[in-house]
Design a protein around this ligand. Sequence first.
Ligand code: AMP
Length: 520
Amino acid sequence: MRLFTTIAGLRCYLERHRSGKDVGLVPTMGALHPGHLSLIERARQENAIVIVSIFVNPLQFAPTEDFQRYPRQLEEDRKLCEEVGVDAIFAPTAIELYGKSPLNSDSGIQFTQVVPPGAMTSVLCGASRPGHFQGVATIVTKLLNLVQPERAYFGQKDAQQLAIIRRLVDDLNLPVTIVPCPIVRLESGLAWSSRNKYLTEVQKDRASIIYSALKEAQKVFQAGNRDAVGWRCHSTVIIEAVKSKLIKASDIEVEYIELVHPTTLAPLEQVEQDGLLAIAVRFGTTRLIDNMVLQNRQPIVAIDGPAGAGKSTVTRRVAQELGLIYLDTGAMYRALTWRVMSANIDIDDEPAIAEIVSQSEISLVESNDGVQVWIDEEEVTKEIRSLEVTANVSAIAALATVRRELVKQQQRWGAKGGIVAEGRDIGTFVFPDAELKIFLTASVEERARRRWQDIKEQKQGDMSLEQLEKDIQQRDLRDSTRAIAPLRKAGDAIEIKTDGMSISEVTERIVNLYHQKGFS
Ligand code: AMP
């Protein structure tokens, strides 16, 4: 592992090592804890090169805040990064990043800054920390420009920061994917934070009441929505649930408890689809923040697994049994392929494909004869099964630009919920917050045997079992190491090994798991 303190060193390292490899960036202020490590581990899984920046950014601290006192422990951080397989740490000084111009002087700040929309920076934490998110936006933009990563990892713990950075990346068209990562908590429920170091053990114990209060509000929210269909719990009821719990802790002073839209941060009276319940408290001199996303959508079931494990048949059956929509990703790729073919675009002309695909809108519409596939006002249910589409769909689906667009469209569907989807990275990437994640697999021998049976029944030729096993092994390796949408099992996925199980048995197992989670 390398450690760089200068821009020159970092740039030179990236120039020499990058050559087409994916780079993941994890920006931090150091004093690393399991929350940071979860981001780094995720980055490690998804990128060939992982850079962690460690920089306590003076620009995001007000003069009255804890900039001087903020924990700094580069040597310990270095060891932790080494253990989790980081390739390089970037730990510059403030002078290296901002030059010698004074950061807070009467003459004002003498360098270019990034100013996100006021409506996002002046609310929640921004109300008591003016200038904070401008400082965050500026440093994050600088780091993204310096590292130019394919992906950058941010914790949901700082939900306002995450929303502002996503907005900034969209507004400035920065070529990076922002990957949000779930909050990591101590066993007590307290969210990990570098500032927990300011707390005594007793205070840490007491601070777990913040999470209990959020959970209490979640219960109220869920119960309200369940009891009366179409009824929406009012924000005051949700906020009151948090308050009434926290009132018992006289040493905790609430700075704010608010229910806002997770993307725009605009205040919500009710949660239509998603709501961010955010809280900041003061515990003596320590300021702590936490949050929870309240979801008012139907559940999502994500089914991932290797090729030949029976995913598509099972997914269709599960959707049918649960009365959910089968989000047929294959049909979506086929629809885009049809669109490209019907526009007479050369399959090697990726920029032209990018143009057309980014303007196309796919919809899957339930009808009496099954699901209809539409693209841009045209119904193409039959057309997408043509030989021409079949012959070209894998080449088109392998293009990064097509995949990006499709994920966007899938996630738009996901916002409404009530879907079952299958693939290789549905639970890890497309719908990381799916309520039920299944990893459907079967031994190589079993999958080869099934395939062999199929070939025999459909009289598709002659293929030895041995050859099929070899093919499947190679396909598994290709799928789990491919740059775009690699096969991965989500940490919270339930693995079902289908050796010796019939399709009905597998379907029943998943349907039962869905009910066991409390969904009907
Ligand atoms: P910081 O060092 O506090 O600036 O945090 C660096 C990154 O780690 C930010 O994206 C934070 O949201 C994220 N992070 C901090 N604490 C946690 C946590 N408990 N769980 C998940 N991510 C976290």
